[in-house]
Design a protein around this ligand. Structure first.
Ligand SMILES: NC(=O)c1ccc[n+]([C@@H]2O[C@H](COP(=O)([O-])OP(=O)(O)OC[C@H]3O[C@@H](n4cnc5c(N)ncnc54)[C@H](OP(=O)(O)O)[C@@H]3O)[C@@H](O)[C@H]2O)c1
Length: 308
């Protein structure tokens, strides 16, 4: 397993992260097995959100890992808030953030989070309020570090103007079959769809500002359209190239899909969401594979993108 420090923190993190959005589909015993497999493979980082399973996923995780002070100090725990899932809107008010963190800590059976992320940008945010909430959370020892998810550069700038704590993480959607972060940078100036800069150069911005990117849904295409791995109808060429590389490196297709993300020099973490222990092992086998530059581009092109 490859580890690296999240800049501006003292966290040394695995480049593969166990995401817990789907664990409420498993039994207690299956969750235990999944977490144990992740830890045995060297994963030290667990991603949550207060909305996963309506909060159930955090509680199930804490039960399955048998949370205790000694377990707690072995793992890095991250959660997210800022979405009101009941009524479907975003809420960065101080009150909502503080209340959410209290709920998260209770469900996770811990008294602190290593990282708290704001889940999706709230156009009605008042950054001064976010700053006050973060100060309270930090001063009370409830949250060590802060970050965001699905935020563009100007949204981060706006928050950072008021928030005294450095925003150290941005969790964004990235897979070989969902490359919005990369496309426009490659096809700059061209009159094609790939050139449209929809994400305001967030990849380059994060690198410039030492913000660690975490890639969510690493094996999915579109907005939860299902895994591209093994989907020969929609992605025949991509799966062919993935399978050839899997054979070359003697790993599975899951490892190659992970390695495509970790090959990027930005030190991106892969936030996987599988509920299958074997797929966790498969992904971790890709953690230290360094694809050649040609292989990385071959995969990018096989997904249907242009390299002009
Ligand atoms: N910040 C955000 O806005 C945001 C949004 C979404 C998710 N997330 C985070 O990212 C994590 C991962 O998201 P995700 O679960 O969508 O990611 P994912 O790992 O790309 O997808 C997991 C799903 O794909 C299936 N799968 C994986 N590999 C497969 C293969 N080779 N063949 C067939 N099915 C395969 C899994 O099935 P099995 O379970 O059967 O393996 C599971 O249903 C979440 O747990 C959460 O922590 C964050």
């Amino acid at each position: 397993m490859k580890y690296f420090p999240i800049k501006n923190t003292n966290l040394n993190v695995s480049n593969i992260v166990m995401g817990n959005m789907r664990i409420n589909h498993l039994s207690h015993h299956e969750i235990e097995h999944l977490i144990r497999t992740a830890m045995d493979e060297g994963i030290n980082f667990f991603d949550h959100a207060d909305i996963y399973g309506g909060g159930e996923c955090e509680a199930l995780f804490a039960d399955a890992i048998q949370m205790s002070p000694s377990i707690r100090e072995k793992i890095i725990l991250q959660s997210k808030c800022g979405i009101n899932s009941k009524d479907n809107y975003f809420d960065f008010s101080k009150e909502h953030i503080l209340e959410s963190v209290d709920g998260i800590l209770k469900r996770l059976k811990t008294d602190y989070l290593d990282l708290l992320l704001l889940h999706r940008p709230d156009p009605l945010m008042e950054p001064e309020e976010v700053a006050e909430a973060f100060d309270e959370l930090h001063n009370s020892g409830k949250v060590r570090y802060f970050g965001v998810s699905n935020h563009n550069p100007m949204q981060i700038e706006m928050l950072q103007k008021y928030v005294s704590h450095k925003l150290v993480v941005n969790q964004l959607q990235l897979s070989i079959a969902h490359t919005a972060l990369i496309d426009s940078g490659i096809a700059l100036n061209m009159n094609i769809d790939q050139s449209v800069n929809r994400d305001s150069s967030i990849l380059e911005y994060c690198r410039l500002k030492d913000i660690t990117i975490q890639a969510w849904s690493p094996y999915q295409s579109g907005f939860f359209e299902g895994p591209f791995l093994g989907d020969l109808e929609k992605y025949p060429k991509l799966n062919q190239v993935i399978d050839e590389l899997a054979e070359k490196y003697r790993v599975t297709n899951t490892a190659i899909a992970s390695a495509w993300i970790t090959r990027h020099p930005a030190n991106i973490q892969v936030v996987l969401g599988t509920t299958t222990p074997q797929r966790i092992k498969d992904a971790c086998a890709g953690s230290e594979i360094v694809l050649t530059r040609k292989e990385w581009y071959d995969l990018y092109k096989a997904a249907g993108n242009i390299v002009p």
